[in-house]
Design a binder for this molecule. Structure first.
Ligand code: RP5
Length: 169
């Protein structure tokens, strides 16, 4: 984080996990955001065990500069929907593995938000894609960030082109 942003406390992405057991996915998301020079914060707040704290987190997020949420949860995985119910900022849900069908339960819970309150959904455990989608949303109003995203794509494509299996293509 730059000194300026540290001073203003401007965290553009709010990452929240339903349990400490989900923290690795949050850290993967934060690492991608760091790489793209997007500030973020990680909070550990269960939607059902600490609903008042979650409401305070969402209500105060705008003042901390948060413009996009990433909400990560397993099992009933209601956290992303509960966050989305309290804000019109974009919410990206990350379902976590575990439960009766090892993440399919959480995936369906998040992707099947009833109409009226949307949650964007990425793959099970895919904190990286949640971060990239959050950055893409922010890049709509930030050309420099858009350029960093394009550069990252170019690096990815270059690495695949450089695979010895692709010699001559
Ligand atoms: C959800 O239940 C959490 O998001 C976590 O994925 C799952 C299990 O939570 P713990 O029992 O580990 O706290 O609320």
């Amino acid at each position: 984080m730059s000194d300026d942003r540290a001073r203003t406390g401007d965290r553009r992405v709010g990452i929240v996990v339903g349990s400490r057991s989900d923290i690795a996915a949050a850290e993967r998301a934060m690492a991608v955001l760091d790489e793209l020079e997007v500030d973020s914060e990680i909070r550990v707040i269960s939607a059902h065990r600490a609903p008042d704290l979650l409401a305070r987190f969402v209500a105060g997020a705008g003042d901390r500069g948060i413009r996009v949420f990433i909400a990560i949860a397993g099992l009933a995985a209601h956290l992303p929907g509960v966050v989305a119910s309290q804000t019109t900022l974009p919410v990206i849900g990350v379902p976590m593995a575990g439960g009766v069908s090892d993440g399919l339960d959480a995936l369906l819970a998040i992707v099947q938000m009833p109409k009226g309150v949307p949650v964007a959904t990425v793959g099970v455990g895919n904190g990286e894609n949640a971060a990239l989608l959050a950055a893409a949303i922010l890049a709509v109003g930030d050309d420099a960030l858009g350029a960093r995203l394009r550069a990252r794509r170019a690096v990815q494509a270059g690495a695949i082109a450089a695979d010895p299996a692709n010699e001559g293509l």
